[in-house]
Ligand binder design. Structure first.
Ligand code: M6P
Ligand code: ZN
Length: 191
């Protein structure tokens, strides 16, 4: 295990910008068009309006060693695709036995969780919400507000991201805009 020097990063709560980011990931609609329930609408947006930024992650990178604690911010832009709110790809941890903590910094979000055994859960998040993602729960975040939804995440370095399972099966629940509010409904195409 490497002996690292203590370090500090300033976090802008409104933008999620880190003063010292090792990496920035931008996910656009074209990166995840197939993940939205209404794929036709995703294709129409790409054709008629062009690509759009859905979310951005800035993080502190650490060696993938037991006990290292990577952390990052995520900023999800407001909006929807065919009524389905802008969201992250979502993932299980490659090491299922690793959990994670999310802390809301600004805006309004929904944390969708599910297990492979079929359990689901939704947690509303605002600035100040500390949400716990226990081991074995896949997690996806959704912006259900009119402003950017920004949160801070902390996990164990060996957790790893398993995107493939979600890319194949989707999420069991969808977060849809209904009468201006968020409604969580069953995904008819799950699995
Ligand atoms: C959170 C953490 C990150 C993750 C990010 C975006 O900040 O869980 O590890 O990368 O959300 O989510 P995803 O990787 O599912 O696109
Ligand atoms: Zn995670």
């Amino acid at each position: 295990m490497d002996l690292l020097q203590p370090s500090k990063t300033e976090v802008d709560f409104t933008t999620g910008r880190l003063s010292r980011a090792d990496y920035t990931i931008q996910r656009k609609l074209s990166d995840m068009a197939a993940m939205y329930a209404d794929r036709d609408e995703a294709a129409r947006i790409l054709a008629d309006e062009g690509d759009r930024l859905i979310y951005e992650v800035q993080g502190v990178e650490l060696p993938e060693q037991e006990g290292q604690i990577p952390h990052c911010t995520t900023r999800i832009l407001p909006g929807d695709v065919g009524g389905e709110f802008h969201m992250t790809k979502g993932h299980y941890h490659a090491r299922r036995e690793q959990g994670e903590v999310y802390f809301g910094l600004s805006g309004r979000g929904l944390l969708l969780l599910q297990t492979e055994a079929g359990a689901t859960s939704e947690i509303e998040m605002v600035a100040g919400s500390a949400a716990y993602v226990p081991p074995f729960w896949a997690h996806r975040t959704v912006n259900i507000g009119a402003e950017d939804f920004v949160f801070f995440s902390v996990w164990e370095a060996r957790a790893g991201h398993d995107y493939g399972t979600i890319e194949r099966d989707g999420f069991r629940k969808l977060a849809l805009r209904r009468d201006g509010e968020a409604a969580v409904v069953d995904n008819p195409r799950y699995g």
